[in-house]
Write a protein that binds this ligand. Structure first.
Ligand SMILES: Nc1ncnc2c1ncn2[C@@H]1O[C@H](COP(=O)(O)OP(=O)(O)OP(=O)(O)O)[C@@H](O)[C@H]1O
Length: 593
């Protein structure tokens, strides 16, 4: 129910324009918004009041008014300045809180959406780029939101207040400044339109750089080992050069815009001053009022220039919004089926005439069919690139077949929710991913319902009790990022412990023991004796010894089933491919058998 609600929320977000999105993000926080509005109005009133107080002070002083009144006016001026600062502090505090609340909601929605997308999405989007989207772009939108409220709304109110006051002082002067402000804004808008594409290019260049760095840092070991540091640095220099070009273009354009605005406003103030002097000479206004006119016309510069930067922020936020919407609009190709669960108990597996390609018109699995009975073990052998890992990806429903069906427990995976499938399968691959979190969290994968007692049982089963005792804080010990501080064997043993704790009905072991030394492998073998009992298992192995447990064997070549049968039978059939493999070893190409 909650998930349905979230999904419909996401769907809505994808179609929202800027204004709708602002409304969606801000409306739940209407209390904060209201307080902000009150503060903005108070700030505007205080900004408008100060020149009046000073104007009155000048007129009173010039006409020889009472000293006591002058002291009162000086005190009022001081009080207004202090109060204005206090209002400013509150405005900033409330706007920041509004920014954090709204952007955190959006950040979570985008992250949730990304986590649901399938493998093909992650092939075309590097992690660094996703970080830039989820953090960079949404922060830009958040900054815009908070500054938008304070500056755009505050500045609009201030400009309106000043123009109305100036019209009330003298309608001719007021009209001139209204015409001037509107023309300045049009000019600004025109100049601003040239900035949009440049900002978008700047953010894209930054996302590319993040993506590049992320990819290279994750392969640091390989880069050093293959002496590719110079190549990596060259790539980095090219990326930063691209960023530099776009950033200088953006910097040049915005500085020119700023300068142009500055000269326009200086001209406006000169004309307002000339008008003020003319009105004073004709006796229409006092010298104090000239001060108010000059003060207001210079004060106009702040908010109107503020609009320029807000328009810049708006364009940046719009560019960010476009990219975030684009990401939210990326639909996963894996669609949940209507069934919410697979049958209870031990599960069978079957591939029925499965054809599959990764979208490059190069079939990876061709008309593949096989069946695994509940509680039995299937061993898959084949040369590199023959499609073994692809079979496991289809089993976990990371992809759907192009034709044919993958069945678990007799149910076509297209008819079941992805969550229901993955909750019943555990996969141990060559890649061990440990999180920068405590040992407990790494073992339970953040499932707080798993008791410490069960964790200790799993650790004992893998013979890791002594290792656990050496850790300073036991299960609360933090695992360093990137599996640092753990040997390859220890990391893999921990992923085995994870599987024990998940207690799945199907286990997929993909080259699981390839990184282990003989002692660690023995430990794993002992643990597997317990773990595999009563479960359906798929073992992908390059070493034949790993297949000794298998009940049936599938020999795969270029995505085609070359042989499939019971292991015991294949062993005693002299011309079977498997029997010959046992003689020659896996190093020999299967084709040559
Ligand atoms: N994500 C992918 N996108 C495109 N092609 C892919 C992808 N993953 C694998 N392939 C291609 O699909 C074919 C089968 O790959 P797969 O990883 O399933 O083989 P494998 O038998 O598991 O190989 P290995 O023993 O090396 O792990 C290969 O030609 C490979 O290049």
């Amino acid at each position: 129910m909650i998930r349905k609600k979230e999904e419909s929320g996401l769907e809505k977000l994808q179609s929202y324009g800027t204004v709708q999105l602002l409304r969606y993000m801000l409306l739940p926080y209407w209390g904060l918004l209201l307080s902000l509005l009150v503060l903005l109005l108070s700030g505007m009133a205080l900004d408008l009041a100060n020149p009046f107080v000073l104007g009155l002070f000048i007129d009173t002083a010039k006409s020889g008014g009472s000293l006591q009144f002058l002291w009162v006016l000086a005190g009022a001026f001081f009080g207004v300045v202090i109060l204005r600062q206090a209002v400013l502090v509150c405005e900033t505090g409330i706007a920041s809180s509004l920014q954090m609340s709204t952007t955190n909601t959006l950040r979570t929605s985008v992250l949730r959406h990304c986590l649901r997308l399938d493998f093909s999405f992650y092939q075309t989007h590097l992690p660094g780029e996703l970080i830039e989207r989820i953090d960079g772009d949404i922060s830009t939108m958040g900054n815009f939101l908070s500054r938008f409220i304070i500056s755009i709304v505050g500045n609009c109110l201030l400009v309106l207040g000043m123009l109305i006051s100036l019209i009330l002082i003298d309608w001719r002067l007021g009209c001139f400044l209204v015409v001037f402000s509107v023309s300045a804004l049009f000019l600004l808008k025109h100049l601003q339109q040239r900035m949009g594409p440049v900002w978008e290019m700047q953010r894209q260049a930054s996302a590319d750089l993040y993506g590049f760095l992320e990819e290279r840092f994750s392969g640091t070991e390989d880069i050093r080992a293959s002496n590719a540091v110079a190549y990596m640095l060259r790539g980095h220099i090219e990326q930063t050069r691209k960023m530099w070009r776009v950033a200088s273009q953006a910097g040049f354009l915005s500085t020119s815009l700023f300068q142009a605005m500055h000269w326009i406003f200086t001209l406006g103030t000169i004309i307002a001053l000339a008008l003020g002097i003319w009105l004073f000479q004709s006796g229409a206004i006092t010298i104090g009022t000239i001060y108010i006119i000059v003060r207001y016309s210079t004060m106009l510069q702040g908010p109107l220039m503020g609009f320029t930067f807000q328009a810049q922020d708006f364009q940046q936020a719009n560019a960010s919004l476009r990219r975030v919407r684009q990401m939210l609009g990326t639909a996963g190709s894996i669609v949940d089926g209507p069934r919410q669960a697979l049958p209870e108990g031990t599960l069978s597996l079957a591939f029925e005439q499965v054809n599959f390609s990764y979208g490059l018109d190069m079939p990876v699995l061709k008309d593949l069919s096989f069946q695994v009975k509940p509680g039995t073990i299937l061993g898959i052998v084949g040369r590199t690139g023959s499609g073994k890992t692809t079979i496991t990806r289809l089993l976990e429903r990371f992809y759907d077949p192009d034709s044919g069906a993958v069945l678990i427990g007799g149910v076509n995976l297209r008819d079941v929710s992805v969550q229901a499938v993955r909750s019943r399968i555990a996969m141990i691959t060559q890649e061990v991913t440990l999180f920068h979190a405590t040992l407990r969290e790494n073992l339970t994968v953040f499932d707080t319902t798993i008791s410490d007692e069960r964790i200790h049982q799993a650790i004992a089963l893998l013979g890791l009790e002594q290792w656990l005792e050496t850790l300073p804080q036991g299960l609360d010990t933090a695992i360093e990022p990137g599996n640092m501080g753990l040997s390859a064997g220890e990391s893999q043993l921990l992923t085995f412990a994870r599987v024990f704790l998940k207690d799945p009905d199907i286990i997929v072991l993909d080259e699981a023991s390839s990184r282990l030394d003989p002692t660690t492998e023995r430990r794993i073998e002992q643990a597997l004796d317990h773990l595999l009992v009563g479960r359906t298992v798929v073992i992908i192995a390059h070493r034949l010894s790993t297949l000794e447990r298998a009940d049936s064997i599938l020999v795969l070549e270029d995505g085609v089933c070359q042989e499939y049968g019971l292991r015991e039978e294949l062993i005693v059939t002299p011309n079977s491919r498997f029997a010959q493999l046992l003689k020659t070893g896996l190093d020999e190409p299967v084709e040559a058998l």
